[in-house]
Ligand binder design. Structure first.
Ligand SMILES: [Zn+2]
Ligand SMILES: [Zn+2]
Ligand SMILES: [Zn+2]
Length: 98
């Protein structure tokens, strides 16, 4: 699968920032402790899947729909309008290529 995510100005993906604003209305990063999440435009990141535990993991081009709960990996994917827009354009491109 491929997932649509936002990347914070600190370089880490949005999902490693606190999901809800802390009491001073900021969303610090779990990894680097940046003061507040500053998510940029959405981008597509590949996710990897192996057919068996010992097989080589291969990129899975299918796009995960925004808002999908992707379990422990990425958590719940963002479903803002920008993500949906990217999902539609990227999904269409993948469909034409197939
Ligand atoms: Zn950050
Ligand atoms: Zn960070
Ligand atoms: Zn979004």
């Amino acid at each position: 699968m491929a997932a649509i995510v936002h990347r914070c100005a600190c370089g880490h993906l949005d999902h490693v920032h606190h999901t809800n604003p802390t009491k001073d209305d900021t969303r610090p990063c779990y990894l680097c402790g940046c003061a507040d999440a500053d998510p940029g435009a959405p981008e597509v990141i590949p996710t990897w899947r192996a057919a068996t535990p010992t097989a080589q993991a291969l990129p899975d081009p299918a796009l995960i729909e925004p808002g999908t709960l992707d379990g422990p990996g990425l958590g719940r994917l963002c479903d803002c309008e920008a993500c949906w827009s990217l999902y539609r354009t990227t999904g269409d491109a993948a469909g034409r290529a197939a």
